[in-house]
Design a protein around this ligand. Structure first.
Ligand SMILES: [Zn+2]
Length: 84
């Protein structure tokens, strides 16, 4: 990727790689916070446009209306550990 700079300790490419996990709520709180911080602080990602911007916009709306519950995440993680 021609444009790949670091904001909030995470690079644009890494944000893109994590986006599907982010959407699925599979990132842990620290990683999700880093992605959030990057998106908030990175002009390029904000201007990237197209599907990415649409996805981010949808995400922001979804997260606002349905905040991810920490206890639910913990139970999910425990269930995944059991399944392994
Ligand atoms: Zn970026």
């Amino acid at each position: 990727m021609a444009h790949d700079h670091e904001v909030a300790g995470i690079r644009c490419g890494e944000v893109l790689e994590r986006l599907s996990d982010y959407v699925d709520g599979e990132l842990d709180a620290a990683e999700r916070a880093r992605v959030d911080a990057h998106l908030a602080g990175c002009d390029w990602c904000e201007r990237f446009g197209g599907a990415f911007a649409t996805t981010v916009g949808r995400l922001r709306g979804a997260l606002t209306s349905h905040p991810i519950d920490g206890a639910v995440q913990e139970r999910l993680r425990a269930a995944l550990d059991d399944a392994r």
